[in-house]
Design a protein around this ligand. Structure first.
Ligand code: ACM
Length: 622
């Protein structure tokens, strides 16, 4: 306790400009509480006193599953604090952390819920196996990151369970290949914030990234592209001349699947069909509908007419691929078939498809697509798995067991829920993390409209037009990370963090009581943990920075606080972009603004390691 107090005092004394060292001043917008957990638990009751965690503390675990979870807790303690605790099966040990796995149907605990009781003498986490895992994540978040030696944890009782069972994040590794270690890091971070699914977008027009033993050309040819168009502009086309390649071997896939399982994350592999298939068709052109056509692994973005031809030999090919995929992901109940953005020009021109339409009484290409998906669905069902697809698979009808990802806004999800399909909400306007996080003048190249941290936080996956009976079909939501403009893991991290934390709270926490300011306070405390994990998160804008209009009699006060611990805020008032040579914000100050005039305040936040936020602009006017 003492040691922590001393560290705390030193931290306060050394911190540059944040609100820590001027506690009596307004606004101190962020008063950080002692129990900061993201996503916010359902109920936290503070009880007096603290538990002191030290090297004598023991973890009580009595069976294999509890011992496995005790090891998980020890791994966290090792990663963050470089120590481990003894695991014992003795009861009634003082200074202990008990992990107790309960059956889920005992009426007390839900399938993913837990209770975390922190008393001065002991800590107890109870829940299902998965629930205890989440309780451990909550406990880990309460332990201060800069603690060492004796760690003081405020006594409290936490009762918690998620709002949605499907709490997902996606990663597109087709546009740019992401290394195995990064995929594991990403999954590990998702688990810390109680995500339950990882949707792995493994194939697309620009690359095929999963080894399929029966069809080696899929990776020999399909996993390589010559180069990539520069920026969004491919008229005129300028290529960067840099080859992109990479795929996961089956051994690597199994390694990642086992890693995810140990983190209670289910992987949903996606093989995108029948469109988004240029890379596959470049490797095996005979499964397309066009002869004498130059299929290639695409080097630009957007849609392509390349599409699988619905012949019997194509179905055999796809079934072979899916058989290997099913085998590689034994714990994945859902196999994602894509189904999005299918261009049907090649089908329209194809004598084979014309014949198929006559034979199967299919009137339109849209019906051909639904027929195609239903064929594959019955194959997947025959292997005891279910299909999931982007909302286009609703098309002209899909089997009742299909789950729908609603990316074209909320409406397809509403339609699907009314049709009694499970729905995962992925409306691009709230969940596409390739959208820029702020002013595009200062953000990396992205797609679509601005999607701020606060926008994500405000997202409600259940559309108001659904009645109570239908809304149970909304089983959750998912953030999507399309990587057209994210070449490297650090680019993915920049676009994903901290928005993924806001989405974690959308997915887990109760809708009532959600509050962005409160979330920002907890987020503030979380950044040092992200630093410890070497996450290249985007530094959010200072607290208190927004466009403001003042009346004649009001003081035009600039009143800011750093969004991260020890962040320095630099600003300009002359329109230039701020840097470390600009004015250092230290205290609130008053701007002189004439009536009907305005002042543009530009700020940047600089971390103690000199990493900078983007420039943020706010207009103060009168
Ligand atoms: C998608 O964004 N094409 C699912």
């Amino acid at each position: 306790m003492k040691k922590f107090a001393i560290i705390f005092i030193i931290t306060v004394a050394l911190s540059g400009c944040s609100w820590w060292n001027k506690p009596q001043e307004k606004p101190a917008e962020i008063i950080v509480g002692e129990i900061n957990i993201i996503p916010k638990p359902n109920l936290i009751t503070r009880i007096g006193g603290q538990f002191v965690l030290n090297s004598q503390t023991k973890i009580i675990a009595k069976n294999d599953s509890e011992i496995k979870l005790a090891t998980t807790l020890n791994e966290i303690l090792t990663d963050y604090y470089a120590f481990t605790l003894e695991i014992t099966d003795q009861s009634d040990v003082e200074n202990s952390i008990t992990l107790s796995i309960l059956e889920s149907d005992n009426g007390v605990i839900s399938a993913e819920g837990y209770t975390l009781k922190i008393e001065p003498q002991y800590i107890q986490i109870k829940g299902t196996e998965r629930g205890v895992f989440y309780g451990i994540q909550s406990l880990a978040q309460i332990i201060p990151i800069d603690a060492s030696g004796e760690i003081s944890i405020p006594a409290a009782e936490i009762t918690d369970a998620p709002r949605f069972s499907y709490r997902g994040m996606h990663l597109d590794v087709a546009r740019y290949f992401m290394p195995v270690e990064f995929v594991k890091k990403y999954i590990g971070l998702l688990a810390q914030y109680k995500y339950s699914y990882f949707h792995w977008h493994l194939t697309d027009d620009q690359g095929w990234r999963i080894e399929i033993k029966k069809y080696p050309r899929l990776t020999d040819i399909g996993a390589k592209r010559r180069e990539t168009v520069v920026g969004k502009n491919y008229r005129p086309y300028i290529g960067d001349g840099i080859p992109v390649q990479g795929y996961y071997t089956q051994a690597q896939i199994r390694e990642i699947a086992a890693f995810a399982k140990a983190k209670y994350i289910t992987i949903i592999p996606e093989i995108d069909l029948p469109g988004h298939s240029s890379a596959a068709l470049a490797a095996y052109p005979k499964y397309g509908c066009k002869d004498n056509y130059q299929y290639k692994v695409q080097t630009t973005w957007g849609g392509f007419p390349d599409v699988f031809c619905p012949t019997e030999q194509t179905f055999l090919f796809i079934e072979d691929i899916l058989s290997e995929v099913i085998d590689l992901f034994p714990d994945s109940p859902l196999i994602h078939l894509g189904g999005d953005e299918v261009m049907t020009d090649h089908w329209k021109e194809s004598p084979f498809v014309r014949g198929l339409k006559l034979r199967e009484n299919l009137k339109t290409e849209s019906e051909v697509q639904s027929w195609f998906i239903r064929r594959i669905e019955s194959f997947i069902n025959s292997r005891d798995r279910k299909i999931i697809g982007w909302d286009e698979i609703l098309g002209e009808g899909v089997g009742p067991g299909a789950t729908i990802m609603s990316w074209n806004g909320f409406d397809p999800g509403v339609q699907a829920a009314r049709g009694k399909h499970n729905v995962i909400m992925t409306p691009s306007t709230f969940t596409y993390f390739d959208h820029p996080q702020g002013d595009t003048n200062f953000e990396p190249l992205g797609l679509g409209d601005r999607l701020t941290l606060e926008d994500v936080y405000k997202f409600d996956p259940v559309p108001p037009q659904l009645n109570a009976d239908d809304s149970v079909y909304i089983i959750g939501a998912q953030g999507c990370v399309w990587t057209e403009f994210m070449k490297l893991p650090e680019d993915v991290e920049y676009m994903t963090f901290p928005r993924v934390l806001a989405l974690a709270e959308v997915l887990w926490s109760k809708q009532q009581g959600k509050n962005f300011v409160d979330f920002s306070k907890r987020l503030y405390k979380e950044f040092p943990k992200l630093d410890k994990n070497n996450v290249n998160y985007r530094i959010p804008k200072p607290v208190g920075l927004r466009n403001q209009k003042f009346s004649i009699s009001e003081k035009a006060s600039v009143d800011l606080a750093s969004p991260i611990p020890n962040g320095k805020i630099y600003y300009t008032l002359d329109g230039t972009n701020p840097n470390q040579m600009s004015n250092l914000y230290q205290n609130p100050f008053v701007l002189k603004i004439e009536p009907n005039k305005s002042v543009e305040l530009k700020v940047t936040v600089v971390k103690s390691d000199n990493r900078k936020s983007p420039v943020f602009v706010a207009r103060y006017s009168r």
